[in-house]
Every structure is written in structure tokens, then in C-alpha cells.
Design a protein around this ligand. Structure first.
Ligand code: C2E
Ligand code: CA
Ligand code: CA
Ligand code: CA
Length: 280
């Protein structure tokens, strides 16, 4: 008991107080950031591997803070998820992304460009989630087929009835669904058969080692073949080198995304990229 007491006491160090103070500060900054319009979406092109044709983009969240500069999602999304702030932030992301896609359609005439949006588990499980998605589609006028929701393998693996219900509801409305970070969830693959996914995104950790002697080439080949036999489309993420894109082309990977094609770009730069690279 004595030992227990001591370790309980030892948990409250000055460093810990500082950490939680920093967290509280970060949380209140994030709350204000939404009101102040400090969040911004960057867009990364998604390319048809065989033809090099643009098919759409993935929206990636950034936080422009006057004091901290451009903050990357890995630094604030976990806290937003924990505090529930991801729900209003995520709603903003979906609204903004749908609007942006409508703008590209209007400006370029490429009205089949799709927009992919990341959905975090907390946001997905919020009872208002599907309504928020439908509202964003209605308000923007974007066709449901042009919206793709990216859901991580980890979320799917919780195996709950609600997860399955929400996925079916979204699927019935025509929205496309993809499995993000495929291969990182230590999964039984059976969920791919039972849920209405359209797309599988191979995690970039596999793509990055595809040309090394790590066995990832055969793994990626096997994933592509398995996905195709289940009727799923495959996107490779994290394509950085031309040689990787050749490999993926040879293996029949449908779509590719990565620095080799383009980094994620602010909306204006993405529009510019669109106009110079892919006019209708
Ligand atoms: P993710 O969904 O797996 O997104 C892909 C990440 O890989 C992005 O990092 C992207 O910038 C990066 N990336 C793209 N091409 C390459 C490449 O060729 N090489 C390498 N090394 N990296 C590449 P980013 O933008 O920092 O986003 C990190 C994660 O944050 C995302 O991973 C996603 O899980 C999450 N995230 C981003 N935006 C949102 C959002 O709006 N909502 C939610 N819930 N999560 C988001
Ligand atoms: Ca993603
Ligand atoms: Ca579907
Ligand atoms: Ca990923």
C-alpha cells in the first residue's frame, strides 16, 4: 500500500502540471481557431496511375495560427478527438471540402472530380454525423458520388453494429467509402466482404518500401489483387518516386497519390495546378 501511495504521489510532477496546462491552452486555442477561421484545407491530387489523369483530391487539414505558424494535423487532431472538438471541426471540413469541389467543377469544367475527406472515429460515431454530411451535400449542391469518406481500418475493426449501420446508410446515399491506412490495423480481412467499401488505400509505409528488398513488393501486389477480386478500387498513397509509380502501373494499381505527383496544396495553388495540368 505504501508503494502504491508513493507512485500515485509521484505521478503529479511539475512537468505533468505544465503538460496539462499546455493541453488546456491548446484546447482553448483550437476552440477559438474555428471561430476565427484559422483552419485551412490543403488539397493533394489523386491520379489515375495508368493515364496520369487527375481524378480528384484529398482534403488535408491545416491550422494557421498567428503564434504557432502552420500546424500539421498530427499535432492537434489527437487532442481535438479527445476533447470532442473534432466534431465541429470535422463538420467544417466536410462543408468546406464540398464547396471547394463545386468550385473546381465550375472553374475547370471537370465535373467528375471527386473530393476525399478524412473522418475520425469520434466524429463518425457522433449521432449527428450522417445528417451533417447530408447537409453539406445539399448546401453545396455536390453530388454524393463526388464525395469519398476515408475511414481508418482501426475504426472499422471495432466491429460494432452502429458502425455497420452508418456505413450502409452512407453507402445507400451514394457517397463513396474508402478504407484508409490499409494494412496497419492487424485485421482479419473479413470486414472487407461485409462492409460496403468502394476503395482501399494502401498505407504509405508499404509504398515507401516497395522497391527495397523487404518483401513489400509482393505484399502490395497481393493487396491489389485481393482488392480487385473483391471489386474494390485501389489507391496507393505516399508515392514519392517515379520508379514506385512504374511499379504500381505494372501491378494495375488504379490510383496514386504522393509527392511524386504533388504535395498537398493550398486551395489557390491547387486551382492553379488544376488549370496548368488538367484543363478539360
Ligand atoms: P492520411 O489520411 O494518411 O493522409 C496522408 C498523409 O500523408 C498526409 O499527411 C499527407 O500530407 C502525407 N503525404 C502525402 N503524400 C506523401 C508522400 O509522398 N510521402 C509522405 N511521406 N507523405 C505523404 P498530413 O496532411 O500531415 O495528415 C496526417 C494525417 O492527419 C492524415 O493521414 C489523417 O489521418 C489526418 N487528417 C488530415 N486531415 C484531416 C481531417 O480533415 N480530419 C481528420 N479527422 N483527420 C485528418
Ligand atoms: Ca486519408
Ligand atoms: Ca459504395
Ligand atoms: Ca495513410
Amino acid at each position: 500500500a505504501k508503494h502504491k501511495g508513493k507512485s500515485a504521489y509521484a505521478r503529479f510532477t511539475p512537468e505533468m502540471t505544465e503538460v496539462s496546462h499546455e493541453r488546456l491552452q491548446m484546447e482553448s486555442h483550437m476552440r477559438k481557431a474555428l471561430e476565427l477561421g484559422e483552419f485551412e484545407l490543403f488539397y493533394q491530387p489523386i491520379i489515375e496511375t495508368a493515364s496520369g489523369r487527375l481524378i480528384g483530391a484529398e482534403a488535408l487539414l491545416r491550422w494557421n495560427n498567428p503564434a504557432m505558424g502552420l500546424v500539421m494535423p498530427d499535432r492537434f487532431i489527437p487532442l481535438a478527438e479527445e476533447t470532442g472538438l473534432i466534431i465541429p471541426i470535422g463538420e467544417w471540413v466536410i462543408r468546406e471540402a464540398c464547396q471547394a469541389a463545386m468550385t473546381w467543377h465550375a472553374v475547370t469544367g471537370l465535373d467528375n472530380l471527386s473530393i476525399a475527406v478524412n473522418v475520425s472515429p469520434r466524429q463518425f460515431r457522433d449521432p449527428g454525423f450522417t445528417d451533417a454530411v447530408m447537409r453539406a451535400l445539399n448546401t453545396s449542391g455536390l453530388r454524393p458520388e463526388s464525395l469519398e469518406l476515408e475511414i481508418t481500418e482501426r475504426l472499422i475493426l471495432d466491429n460494432s453494429i452502429e458502425t455497420a449501420d452508418i456505413l450502409r446508410q452512407l453507402d445507400r446515399s451514394g457517397i463513396r467509402l474508402s478504407v484508409d491506412d490499409f494494412g496497419t490495423g492487424y485485421s482479419a480481412l473479413s470486414y472487407l466482404k461485409s462492409y460496403p467499401f468502394d476503395t482501399l488505400k494502401i498505407d504509405k509505409s508499404f509504398i515507401q518500401d516497395v522497391l527495397n528488398e523487404s518483401g513489400d513488393a509482393s505484399l502490395v501486389r497481393a493487396i491489389i489483387n485481393m482488392a480487385h477480386s473483391l471489386g474494390l478500387t485501389v489507391i496507393a498513397e505516399g508515392v514519392e518516386q517515379e520508379a514506385q509509380s512504374h511499379f504500381l502501373k505494372n501491378e494495375g494499381c488504379d490510383y496514386s497519390q504522393g509527392y511524386f505527383y504533388s504535395r498537398p496544396l493550398p486551395e489557390q495553388d491547387f486551382m492553379h495546378w488544376l488549370e496548368t495540368n488538367h484543363r478539360a
